[in-house]
Design a protein around this ligand. Structure first.
Ligand SMILES: NC(=O)c1ccc[n+]([C@@H]2O[C@H](COP(=O)([O-])OP(=O)(O)OC[C@H]3O[C@@H](n4cnc5c(N)ncnc54)[C@H](O)[C@@H]3O)[C@@H](O)[C@H]2O)c1
Length: 359
């Protein structure tokens, strides 16, 4: 254990603000430097957090700011370049999801981490909710019996991001599936300790985005540069014998304002469900089982004390780093998700099943 606080930096101050909350509140870190190409955004946040070291160029920040750890919160297409630059400068990295837009980039990131001996983590912040951790413990305990199916979804009624570069395939690599799908693919596999995906069959669509229907911050009918999917479905065969189905939408006709993600794990002895509506913490869990052949519904009361999500992720990372622990997400897990998404898009485009190497 080292005595001094870890010096942390952030590149990209959109969702980077959620990382900042963690660095500012953790007893193990100080927010030492921030970077954003948008000088106004940079000044606003740096003033609020009283951070003196501010940069518009991340390479200069990596060289000058003497950082131990950096959060990469840039548009997807810049994740690999910035993460590799940080690792090569000897800085641990936590990179926003998806880890990269191509498999080759993700592989290069994992290699850079190996060469540098530094951590490469991926920001899967929903793992750090108390309900997700409870459900994982239940799945891992074997109480559900043999797991035969996992159903994961993230569905939004009106939820196409109208800001940033989310509608650009070149900058984001894909749309709803890469943006929201990556979180629930990760949650489903993480619950089961990462069985490999053997095959995948998917379809995607682009129906609402080009005319800004159901888009945050835009008026319906406004035309937009939009060349990514706004929804899709996939079926996967897993190496543990189970199947997994994914259903993701940025926009669909459903309960007004609904924005919900769900992970359902079905086993021979029980089914566990986490259903999170509009990011709330209340009443998210169910466990269905039988006692003496009678159906039983368990409604777990999980406490949400202490930091959650991004904040807890940063606390966890900093505590593990300072105490010589292990990273709780890895570059390999980020690479796995990118490989799955790549296969998913290839399957949708080719209208055929894709076989992955997973055994
Ligand atoms: N984990 C989550 O729940 C979550 C939520 C939102 C976004 N994200 C991810 O975070 C990333 C950023 O998304 P966002 O919503 O914050 O986008 P955003 O557009 O709001 O913010 C990105 C920021 O990066 C800055 N930037 C762009 N190029 C730069 C460069 N070369 N150097 C320095 N700064 C640069 C922009 O000025 C902008 O402020 C994406 O990968 C997205 O998938 C994750």
């Amino acid at each position: 254990m080292t005595n001094r606080k870890l010096r942390a930096g952030i590149v990209g101050l959109g969702v980077g603000k959620s990382h900042a909350r963690g660095y500012l509140s953790s007893p193990d870190t100080e927010l030492a430097a921030v970077c954003d190409a948008n000088a106004e955004r940079l000044a606003l946040s740096a003033d609020e957090w009283k951070v003196e070291a501010r940069y518009t160029d991340f390479r200069t920040m990596f060289k000058e700011a003497d950082l131990d750890i950096v959060s990469i919160c840039l548009p997807n297409a810049l994740h690999a370049e910035a993460s590799i630059a940080a690792l090569e400068a000897g800085i641990h990295v936590i990179c926003e999801k998806p880890m990269s837009v191509t498999v080759a980039e993700a592989e290069a990131m994992v290699s850079a981490a190996e060469r540098s001996g530094k951590w490469l983590m991926v920001s899967y912040n929903y793992r750090y909710r108390s309900d997700a951790q409870w459900m994982r413990r239940v799945v891992q305990s074997g109480k559900l019996g043999q797991i035969f199916h996992v159903q994961v979804s993230w569905r939004r009624e009106t939820g196409i991001p109208g800001w940033g570069l989310f509608g650009s395939k070149a900058m984001s690599g894909g749309g709803a599936l890469i943006d929201l799908g990556v979180h629930v693919i990760d949650l489903g596999l993480w619950m089961m300790d990462f069985p490999a995906v053997k095959t995948i069959s998917a379809s995607t669509r682009t129906l609402f985005g080009p005319t800004s229907h159901k888009t945050w911050g835009r008026k319906p009918g406004e035309t937009a540069d939009f060349d990514v999917d706004d929804g899709g479905v996939a079926f996967m065969r897993l190496s543990n014998g189970a199947s997994m189905v994914l259903n993701v939408t940025w926009a669909e006709h459903m309960e007004p304002g609904e924005d919900a993600f769900r992970v359902e794990v079905q086993g021979t002895e029980g089914t566990a469900i986490m259903h999170v509506r509009n990011y709330k913490h209340e009443d998210t869990l169910r466990l269905y089982t039988e006692i003496e052949n009678e159906p039983v519904t368990v409604i777990p009361k999980v406490g949400f004390g202490g930091p959650q999500g991004h904040e807890r992720m940063i606390w966890d990372l900093a505590e593990s780093l300072r105490n010589g622990g292990q990273p709780s997400t890895t570059g390999e897990q980020g690479l796995t998700a990118v490989q799955i998404l790549d296969a998913l898009y290839r399957s949708a485009e080719g209208e055929s099943e894709v076989v992955l190497s997973g055994k």
